[in-house]
Design a binder for this molecule. Structure first.
Ligand code: TXA
Ligand code: MG
Length: 343
């Protein structure tokens, strides 16, 4: 068992010191949990295969699930990816529009990226985080940082340092505490392809950069649904994911709910409104709202993993989730809820 140190980054005056500590650990081939605007990541030097292996070990992540590589500049993209001439324009436009920020681009990879990072795929997923700590650490290291979400494989992504500690405490040397994540959902993943008339943007994972926002840059296509747990285009996007240890059921309407005698149920409500009919459908053990009071999808996205974790720890037998409208950010929220409900 390793002692996990929490490095507090809340005081701006100590930021330089914090960044140096993280950079020193990464340079020495260690892994460090770092805040990003989406969720916390477990970072390693992306060009050091032994360091990246430690990420897989700490997370108990299967080798077929590739990592996202975080860059600190546009130039660094060209160090790890071979951007084809016919994609250069759309890639530049996407980077300009959404970076730094919650968009990941899947591009042909360069040889310097170890196979362990990409699970042997010929492509690499890259993004530039807008979180000041992550940005400063990538720049300080000089190499890109491979960082998956800092949770054990298949479990709820962490949106705070304390959530990382619950997931990986005792397994890693340090967690940089940069406060709560602003977005709360993992980045949108897009694989751009040159289309006949305009670029095709294959949406491999829904996230904070919505389909509506991407449409300006090309034809957005969802990959064909894979029904089983095998070979989806984004390999880590298995049907079952983001799962609390407590079973979760996502219902379409309250009529589908038939409580069993003696079983304790929690309700994951969208905004606590009685209109949807869920609140009054049962004498719930506990009710948590994603967007208390006003029903804003952005607020629901930020709170989703936090609230899921809270309900998971509440000791109920089952979590019943109310659907949210599947537009804008609601697509990513429903995606996570569906995956959380598959066992
Ligand atoms: O917001 C985020 O993206 C966070 C923060 C830490 O940056 N990271 C994150 O990483 O969510 P992770 O490992 O939980 O999810 C990365 C997913 C993989 O599971 C896989 O689906 C996809 O990215 N991916 C990575 N490399 C890929 C590739 N070469 N081709 C297709 N999909 C890839
Ligand atoms: Mg993850």
């Amino acid at each position: 068992m390793t002692e996990t140190r929490i490095i507090d980054a809340s005081d701006p005056a100590s930021q330089k010191k914090v960044v140096k500590e993280a950079v020193d650990l990464l340079s020495a081939g260690e892994v460090v949990a770092l805040p990003t605007e989406t969720v916390y990541g477990l970072g390693a030097d992306a060009l050091n295969a032994d360091a990246v292996a430690k990420v897989f070990a700490a997370k108990e992540r299967p080798g077929f699930d590739p990592l996202i590589v975080h860059v600190g500049s546009y130039e660094q993209v060209d160090e790890v990816a071979e951007v084809p001439d016919n994609l250069r324009e759309v890639v530049n436009k996407l980077m300009k529009a959404f970076w730094p920020g919650p968009l990941t681009l899947v591009l042909p990879k360069k040889d310097c990226v170890p196979d362990i990072v990409t699970s042997g795929l010929p492509t690499v997923a890259v993004r530039m985080s807008g979180h000041p700590i992550m940005k400063a650490v990538v720049r300080g290291l000089g190499n890109p940082i491979a960082a998956p979400s800092a949770n054990r494989f298949g479990r709820i992504s962490p949106t705070s340092a304390s959530a990382v500690e619950k997931e990986l405490g005792g397994r890693i040397l340090a967690i940089v505490d940069g406060g709560a994540c602003r977005e709360g959902l993992e980045s949108t993943i897009v694989r751009p392809e040159a289309g006949e008339k305009k670029p095709i943007l294959h949406l491999l994972r829904a996230g904070p950069v919505t389909k509506e926002l991407l449409q300006r840059f090309g034809k957005v296509e969802r990959p064909k649904k894979s029904r089983s747990n095998e070979a989806p285009e984004a390999p880590g996007q298995l049907a079952s994911h983001y799962a609390p240890t407590t079973p979760l059921r996502l219902l379409k309407s309250p009529d589908e709910f038939n409580p069993e005698e003696g079983r304790k149920y929690a309700l994951l409500s969208y905004c606590g409104s009685e209109k949807a009919g869920f609140i009054d459908a049962h004498d719930w053990e506990i009710v948590e709202e994603l967007s208390p009071g006003n029903g804003k999808l952005a607020e629901a996205a930020v709170r989703l993993f936090f609230v899921l974790r809270k309900l998971d720890e509440s000791g109920v037998d089952e979590i019943i989730a109310e659907p949210v409208s599947e537009t804008g950010l609601g697509v990513a929220i429903m995606d996570r809820l569906r995956r959380a409900s598959v066992r």
